[in-house]
Design a protein around this ligand. Structure first.
Ligand SMILES: [Zn+2]
Length: 461
């Protein structure tokens, strides 16, 4: 007997979140994240899943980002056939994200075969569209604040995490009375569109994310002015602004910022091209949530109506041909996924625009080690795309304060609300330095046990 957590991913890296919770011979897997970033981390996606997928009773997904749900089609292909629980908004977004992920992998594999640049003799996709559909068939939705029994001996409850639409904090309790709360990715009290994260009641253990565990965000207005400044400078040079943006949520936050800046005449009214079919699909989900008065959305945003996240001159680039045309000329803004430049159409824009000194790349979110976005932040002079190098001459601007992750102080504050405090805090979903810094801060500020578990470590809660 006993209740146990085993960390199967998201350890020492911000990607690949997967935690197994066991009680009385039953197993619940929390998140099925894909590993992203440098090759040695991405390669872990190809390792066999560390537990036989057929022995897992239930999967619970905190939110629709790939690093929390992207591995699900592979898990299902390899034998998992039980329920997959998430919130209704997450279900809509997960469908968009997994279909896009499967399609991108199919396209990248086909491109690698055609160009012959892969180091594998026979490049293949991690999973395909059919696998994604099989995974989506297993999804069952749970509303916020509605306890369910995901597997014998367990009770699960979601509360809003304020990170992206549908994102949940998960409280999981075993029948012996032990409980663990997963922060998932924790949002910020000042997310421009979503309400602040909930404060769950006491739990014996907390699994806390640490994406920004070693940083403080600058105030919003400073980030906004930096964005405006970079855009004005670029247009004075006659260049193009490209903003790699995570398709879900970051795109909406950026479009709202651009709309506000244009409305206040702080930047010129230029065309904005949203160049990501996935981002456009997610934008529809956000618009209908605002239109429906979804309780996750801030009341001020609901009062402003769905168009408050759509600037006046926004254009949708749907076809690859439209996408390629965007790299010509100047004085427009391209918002395109993926947010760290690891895949998607933004890769082609970076390849075309980085050599042009009049252009600007604006990085608006977390950039994991080894990703093109991180390399640009670190000031690389050359970048390799599709097997060949281009010179980096474009300006690179970081507006990381647009993050929809809580920073160190916000994480500590959120944890401090729990009363009585948890016996153990496990830090995951952060790079090693950020996780260690956050653990040290929790020890000194809150005097709690705060550890960064090892990959595969099993802990009694
Ligand atoms: Zn996330």
């Amino acid at each position: 007997m006993g209740t146990f957590c085993t960390f199967l991913g998201g350890v020492g890296t911000v990607t690949g979140s997967r935690t197994l919770v066991e009680y009385d011979d039953h197993r619940v897997l929390v998140d099925t994240g894909m590993f992203q970033g440098p090759r040695e981390i991405r390669r872990r996606n190809w390792d066999p899943f560390p537990r036989d997928p057929t022995t897992i009773d239930a999967v619970i997904i905190t939110h629709a980002h790939l690093d929390h749900c992207g591995y699900l089609p592979a898990l299902v292909r390899d034998g998992y056939a039980g329920p997959v629980y998430c919130t209704p908004n997450s279900a809509e977004l997960i469908a968009i994200v997994l279909r896009d992920s499967a399609r991108l992998q199919e396209e990248d594999t086909a491109y690698a075969v055609k160009k012959g640049y892969s180091r594998h003799a026979q490049p293949r996709a991690l999973y395909d569209s059919e696998d994604a559909e099989h995974a989506l068939d297993l999804i069952q939705t749970i509303d916020f604040d509605t306890p369910i029994a995901p597997a014998p001996g367990f009770t699960a409850t979601f509360t809003p995490a304020g990170h992206i639409l549908g994102a949940a904090i998960l409280a999981l309790r075993s029948d012996e009375g032990r409980s663990v709360v997963f922060s998932g990715d924790l949002g910020r009290d000042n997310h421009p569109l979503l309400r602040a994260p909930a404060h769950p009641a006491h739990a014996d253990a907390v699994v806390l994310e640490s994406t920004y565990g070693d940083r403080q965000h600058e105030p919003d207005e400073e980030g906004l002015e930096r964005l405006a400044d970079a855009i004005r400078r670029t247009f004075q040079r006659g260049g193009i602004v490209v903003i790699p943006a995570f398709a879900v949520d970051r795109t909406e936050v950026i479009l709202k910022a651009l709309r506000d800046l244009m409305g206040q005449q702080r930047i010129p009214q230029v065309p904005i091209h949203v160049d990501s079919p996935m981002a456009l699909a997610a934008l529809d989900v956000y618009r209908s949530s605002i239109g429906d008065g979804d309780p996750e959305v801030r009341s001020g945003i609901i009062a402003s109506g769905p168009e408050c996240i759509v600037p006046p001159n926004v254009h949708a680039a749907s076809t690859p041909e439209q996408s390629m045309m965007l790299d010509r000329g100047g004085k427009h803004i391209i918002v395109s996924a993926s947010g760290m430049g690891t895949g998607g159409r933004v890769v082609h824009h970076l390849k075309a625009l980085l050599p042009r000194p009049e252009c600007t790349v604006i990085l608006a979110g977390f950039q994991a080690v080894g990703t093109p976005g991180r390399m640009l932040l670190e000031g690389v002079q050359e970048m390799k795309f599709h097997g060949s190098y281009v010179r980096v001459r474009a300006e690179v601007v970081d507006i990381g304060s647009f993050s929809v992750h809580a920073d160190a102080d916000e994480l500590i504050e959120w944890l401090g609300f729990m009363s009585p405090p948890p016996d153990q805090v496990f830090i995951n979903h952060g790079e090693a330095d950020a996780a260690a810094a956050l653990a040290a801060l929790i020890e000194s500020e809150l005097d709690l046990v705060a550890v960064t578990p090892d990959q595969g470590e099993r802990i009694a809660i």
